[in-house]
Design a protein around this ligand. Structure first.
Ligand code: NAD
Length: 500
């Protein structure tokens, strides 16, 4: 076993390798358990999506190693839970400050790990710092209740941590998703075991190193990269009290079943097929750039990506004309060069997206614009496509692509737009564009989604806004103060008071 400082490459050791997407990262990234870095039973090379070449040598946890991490977390949980919220909060705010101190290295790590443009990597790290700072702050005002039942009694509702929380993180936004769920879980006093996706585990491992520097006690934050085997060992572990999962619907159901089998709560964030409803009276000059950006962000691999545009027929041609330049002018390339769009995360993901594009064309959708592709070496690049005249019965209209593909569909009324928006099993987010604010609000409030936007689009909302879906998009809420409720439970203390 090595100490964290000697075995996970430090920011200074990584800095020069992160300037060039052709450089493999030095050192090896082991398992972060109990405040130390442990050599795993097996190593795996991750791949740089911009080149298809090996990026880093990273641990791939076995079920036995997951079990050992849960035991370690359990041993650390009680003491951490007993620390006053003000102390836990101060430590988390310090972690946020350390994330800001190392922001450039972390942003470049995230960019090389996931493929996203550097500007987006930087934005993700800034948001991650905010999560630690936000939860480190609001937890001090996260109070229990007393319930007035009359002079003969005292009823107090306490807020307690679950104990050990398991966090299964996907590859698209690992820096943000790890920070948001770990920030809330640790703030209320849980000890966490995090399993990042094996495609993109590096920033979560970097958090473990920073957590120790911030003063988070050993064992309170444990990070074990790995694949499905490690994930399923974590969610099925009898000593994990709460599981948060972000990823696909299919895996989410397996995770929920494993938790149900043990009678433990799960939070599922499973993506979406979010729609923009562009109604008569929409300001297209305002809507078009936001719609394009919300789709192209991280090459469409965003759970909240607005991937469908349901537009009133009177505005249809003008809106498509306004969207085309965003697709033709977009640039594609390695994330470190900060293009509009980087590669998608992996070869299978690129294949999946190309499959959707081919089938959409066969189903009669019209290509209104496609970003020109320059030579991009061995990376997993997929050119963004703007599809027009997408039928409401088409696969592209209801299925999540997780790639840079936008579907435009004309409709003839607000009612048809609302029906169309609901014509998908997902219910994560939606946006309504209309300058008649009454009409916009009526429409926005009729949508069965977790977040509904008017004349704007906030993918994922802010740090402060409760976030999660309905139907196949999952259940439970991340973000905002709401997440502190999610990661805690109540205990009611009732006292019968004698009258004299
Ligand atoms: P996935 O759901 O298989 O993986 C997500 C996470 O779950 C990863 O950490 C993975 O290792 C882990 N995992 C896999 N099998 C598991 C199991 N049986 N038990 C516990 N954990 C397990 O997703 P994917 O294969 O990486 O991507 C497939 C599709 O999922 C994408 O194309 C996209 O549509 C969707 N997706 C959605 C989100 C989102 O933010 N909602 C994120 C990533 C992927």
């Amino acid at each position: 076993m090595n100490t964290l400082s000697s075995s996970t490459p430090a920011p200074d050791e990584l800095r020069s390798a992160l300037d060039d997407h052709r450089t493999r990262l030095p050192g090896r990234f082991g398992l972060a358990v109990g405040g130390a870095v442990r050599d795993p039973q097996r190593w795996k090379d991750t791949v740089d999506p911009a080149t298809g070449e090996p990026l880093a040598t990273v641990a791939s946890a076995t079920p036995e190693e997951v079990d050992a991490a849960v035991v370690t977390a359990r041993a650390a949980a009680a003491q951490w839970a007993e620390r006053p919220p003000g102390e836990r909060g101060a430590v988390l705010r310090r972690l946020g400050a350390l994330v800001r101190r190392d922001a450039e290295v972390l942003a470049r790590l995230e960019t090389r790990d996931t493929g996203k443009p550097l500007t987006q990597g930087r934005a993700d790290i800034a948001a991650a710092a905010r999560y630690f700072e936000f939860y480190g702050s609001v937890v001090e005002g996260f109070l229990g209740d007393s319930v007035p039942l009359g002079p003969g009694s005292l009823a107090v509702v306490e807020r307690l941590p679950h104990g050990v929380t398991g966090h299964v993180v996907p590859w698209n936004y690992p820096a943000q998703i790890t920070a948001r769920s770990v920030g809330a879980a640790l703030a209320v006093g849980n000890a966490a075991v995090v399993k990042p996706a094996d495609e993109a585990p590096l920033v979560a491992l970097a958090y473990a190193r920073l957590a120790r520097e911030a003063g988070i006690p050993d064992g309170v934050l444990n990070v074990l990269p790995g694949g499905a085997e490690a994930g399923s060992a974590l969610v099925a572990h009898r000593d994990v009290d709460h599981v948060s999962f972000t990823g696909s619907v299919a895996t989410g159901r397996v995770v929920a079943a494993a938790c149900a089998d043990r009678g433990r709560p799960a939070l599922l964030e499973l993506g979406g097929k979010s729609a923009h409803l562009v109604l008569e009276g929409a300001d297209l000059g305002r809507a078009a750039p936001v719609i394009a950006r919300a789709l192209l962000l991280h090459a469409g691999q965003t759970c909240t990506a607005g991937t469908r545009v349901v537009v009133h027929e009177s505005l249809h041609a003008d809106l498509v004309a306004a969207l085309v330049p965003f697709f033709t002018a977009a640039t594609i390339g390695p994330g470190l060069g900060d293009p509009t769009v980087g590669p998608v995360v992996s070869a299978p993901q690129a294949e999946r997206v190309r499959g959707f594009v081919d089938r959409a064309e066969r189903e009669g959708a019209v290509v209104a614009a496609q970003t020109p592709m320059a030579a991009t070496g061995g990376g997993y690049f997929v050119p963004p496509v703007l599809f027009d005249q997408v039928a409401q019965t088409a696969e592209l209209f209801s299925q999540e692509v997780f790639g840079p593909v936008l579907a435009v569909t004309p409709v003839s009324s607000d009612a048809e737009a609302i029906d169309a928006a609901h014509n998908s099993d997902y219910g994560l987010t939606a946006a309504v564009w209309c300058t008649d604010i009454d009409r916009a609000l009526r429409t926005a409030r009729s949508l069965d989604v977790g977040q509904s936007y008017v004349n704007g689009y906030a993918p994922g909302g802010g740090v402060e806004l409760p976030f999660g879906g309905t139907r196949d998009s999952g259940y439970g809420r991340e973000k905002g103060v709401e997440a502190l409720r999610e990661y805690s439970r109540t205990r009611t203390l009732f006292v019968d008071i004698a009258s004299h």
